[in-house]
Design a protein. Sequence first.
Lengths: 144, 224
Amino acid sequence: MKLIVKAIIIYFGLAFTAFSILLAIFGVTSVAEDERDKQLPSRLKSIEYSASRNDYTWLAEYMEIDMDYEEEFEPYWERAIMHEAMLRYRIFEAASDAGLGEEFDEEAEKYEELLWEYCEEPVYERNVPYGEYFMELSGYQTED
Amino acid sequence: MKCPYCHGEVPAQSITCPFCGRENPEGIAFQQEVQKKIQRNKLLKPFLMKQQTPELISRMMSRIIFILIVVNVVAYGFVFLLAVFTTRKEVREPEKDSFAQRYISEWKDLDYHYFNTYYRELKDQVEMLDRGEMPDEIEIRNLVNGAHRALEESEGEEIHETIYLYEVAFFRGFLGLTEEESLFLEPDEDGEYGVMFSDDERITVAVEAIQDTYREEWECETDS
């Protein structure tokens, strides 16, 4: 009887140990992957990919989640602001044109100023074409 | 010991004297005793094995169980330490006056869960239209439902008004819906937004109107 009990304990113990070892291996590999993803080149590559697809819906959110606040990410933060200014200007300008009310006129005016501030002469050279594109989408042409 | 014949030195276990070659009685007696014991052990072996095996197996099993416990304790201790050290998140802050800091402090004025969900949907659809793609009915329905949900879940009058302003600007201004088509932005007679299912008439009317708007825009772009 004692032997049977021990045999059962060993049987389940072996299965449990196999699971524990797998868990430990999985833990090590996932930590190694996380560490690699946290490195600047890896984060930069991921953001460059989002930006290259013009995926502004997630660009800033990804950067905020990963706390991408280093100098290398500044052009992308600038571009996210430019895109946000363009989007809000277009929405409130349309509302203002539709005569929905004064508050919409004020918002449109506010975002128009911001649109010009950020898109006319972006700080980062690589954002200049995006500035022109966003201005164009907003119905403006920037001076060459 | 001494050989009884030649008195030479004979090893006790030797059956003959190495000097005179005669038999050594003590050595012979010793060897006979050894043979007897070997024979006895041979006879006893099955019986002893039968008697001792369960005890041996039990001991071996106890050792295996002990080893398994040690391995598990080490494995879980390792995983625990790994979890403790890796969950300590490094906190970075954006530099003052950087674009990152400006984006977070100035452009996230409506950082509420439901509004964020709706706003993502809105951005997606505007981006699609800019690329010349037409959002499908499910995407439009998600946008309208998201807008309604953001209004329903907004806490505080100020936040509610800001969300309302953004949504009216988008649906009535940007998409050009009429008041009748954008009734989902308004509360019911009790001043509540309440639960609105995706098959609600107000949602359906809005979705159809948005689809028409998108289609017109898309056709205009295709023509041009």
